[in-house]
Design a protein around this ligand. Structure first.
Ligand code: NAD
Length: 496
């Protein structure tokens, strides 16, 4: 690309100078307790584990590992707060707390964004422009509902579920927290939340924020730890509702446990989203959407566009455009504001991506990776395009959760729908075409909870998000996202 614009004899330097975000705004403690009953407390287990920066491999802090006894303590604190304070509180007063949380998230946005990037490895541009503003927006949106629930559910008696157990993954730590905590609090529930073990730090900073705004003790409790802590929360006998975001395999285990005890559950699980690009699409715009949808977040998004279905007539030229664009993508220090692709979240996740990419090569797909130098330390993966992919290949079927795109082709809209739907998942899809009628027809035919048209990965707190098939059930956001957090019954006779 550089060659095309350079006059003879002149060599442009097209490299950007580093633009590092300062980390001085963030204070990371050496060790963190569990947040129970409004205070940080030592875990009864006495156990801690290290949280590591994925871009440098340095240990950032030690995090407490909550045992079943700690989870029990948290559930008891949540029960007391629910029955004595938060449940009886008027919606208007609950709304004031939610507004305070939202405003504090905005005021401390840079601190949260920098910490998210240090702990999780995602580019500062994404934490700053996506994660934190959307988290604040979620609290603002739900603050608005807290005193208007009778309009959300007209002619019904509305009661909170009670104590809610919530478990979240590592890809959007603060945003997933907001998606879970905001609707639960707006509807009068109290919460025990378990963040992912590799990304607990923004949840713990959020706990400090709750102390600062004087949220009554026990309304939100945060228990850190790995799968065993999550399992203790799922199995706890005094939890009235469970909400889980994470992998399909763990979601299935939780579903079995909740079903056996009749505990209401919502699940947001994996995905294998397809971009469907027609020959009449605005191709440069589509290239940008595809690149943005899979590489700018390291592919660490459940709804990432990890498959590209491109109409056969334009397949070759479209893939050429993609490769050209990919060659300009910047991989590296996530704290650099120029960085497009940050670090892979953990050594374990890097291992999973590497294994699946090796399987793609072994099954006969053609691999393309741009030349780019990767940092010496940390967990990195070169952005990858696979062409010559068959529907049966593992890279076309399994969630890779890394910066890897599998390209397939189609001839007719019917074939595109059949291929897009040929997956266990049903979370999201993207359609790229100039024809509105094709968009409407495709959106009806696709088994996907969210369908974007001529754009990708757009979120709004008022818009419900969730999946079909093995991508889970229940919705988060919008009116539909409030419903799982309330029990509805017929109104008393004589009342409206
Ligand atoms: P994961 O299922 O391994 O872990 C998710 C959470 O569950 C973590 O907090 C983990 O500690 C906990 N956990 C692990 N084992 C458990 C058990 N037996 N009982 C209870 N809790 C347990 O998933 P992950 O690797 O952290 O996250 C990536 C997955 O999350 C991907 O599959 C991705 O698609 C999915 N995801 C989905 C959405 C969505 O909205 N659908 C959003 C983000 C991520």
């Amino acid at each position: 690309m550089a060659d095309a614009i350079e006059p003879a004899g002149v060599k442009f330097n097209l490299e950007y100078a580093p633009a590092l975000e300062s980390t001085s705004i963030v204070k990371i403690d050496a060790e963190y307790g569990l947040f129970i009953g409004g205070k940080f407390v030592e875990p009864k287990s006495g156990e801690t584990f290290a949280t590591v920066s994925p871009s440098t491999e340095e240990t950032l802090a030690r995090i407490s590992s909550a045992s079943a006894a700690d989870v029990d303590r948290a559930v008891k604190a949540a029960r007391k707060a629910q029955t004595e304070i938060w449940g009886p509180m008027s919606g208007r007063d609950r709304a004031k707390y939610l507004f305070r949380i939202a405003r504090q998230l905005q005021e401390r946005a840079r601190e949260f964004a920098v910490l998210e990037t240090i702990d999780g490895g995602k580019p500062i541009r994404e934490s700053r422009d996506v994660d934190v503003p959307l988290a604040a927006a979620h609290f603002f949106y739900h603050a608005g509902w807290a005193d208007k629930l009778e309009y959300a559910f007209p002619d019904r008696r509305i009661a909170p579920k009670g104590v809610v157990g919530q478990i979240i993954p590592w890809n959007f730590p603060l945003l997933m927290l907001a998606w879970k905590v905001a609707p639960a609090l707006a509807t009068g529930n109290t919460v025990v939340l378990k963040p992912a073990e590799t990304t607990s730090l923004t949840a713990l900073l959020f706990a400090q924020l709750l102390q600062d705004i004087d949220l009554p003790p026990g309304v939100v409790n945060i228990v850190t730890g790995a799968g065993a802590t999550g399992s203790a929360l799922v199995e706890h006998k005094d939890v009235d509702k469970l909400a889980f975001t994470g992998s399909t395999s763990v979601g299935k285990q939780i579903q079995r446990s909740a079903a056996a005890r009749g505990v209401p559950l919502t699940l947001e699980l994996g995905g294998k989203a397809a971009h469907i690009v027609f020959e009449d699409a605005a191709l440069d715009q589509a290239v940008e959407g595809v690149i943005n949808g899979i590489y700018f977040n390291q592919g660490h998004v459940c709804c990432a566009g990890s498959r590209l279905l491109v109409q056969e007539s334009i397949a070759e030229s479209f893939v050429d455009r993609l490769k050209n664009r990919l060659a300009t993508v910047r991989v590296g220090n996530p704290l650099d504001k120029n960085t497009d692709v940050g670090a892979i979240n953990s050594a374990e996740q890097l291992g999973r991506i590497t294994e699946l990419v090796a399987a793609g090569v072994a099954e006969g797909a053609e691999l393309y990776q741009p030349e780019c130098s990767l940092p010496d330390r940390g967990y990195w993966f070169r952005p990858t395009i696979f062409t010559n992919v068959q529907q049966s290949h593992r890279i076309a079927r399994e969630e890779i959760f890394g910066p890897v795109l599998s390209v397939l082709t189609f001839r007719t809209p019917e074939e595109a729908v059949a291929k897009a739907n040929d997956t266990q998942y049903g979370l999201s899809a993207g359609i790229w075409t100039e024809k509105g009628s094709k968009i409407l027809w495709m959106a009806n035919e696709l088994d996907a909870g969210v369908v974007w048209a001529n754009t990708f990965n757009q979120f709004d707190a008022a818009s419900p998000f969730g999946g079909y098939k093995e991508s889970g059930f229940g919705r988060e956001g919008g009116l539909q996202g409030l419903a799982p957090y309330v029990s509805l019954s017929s109104p008393k006779r004589g009342s409206r």
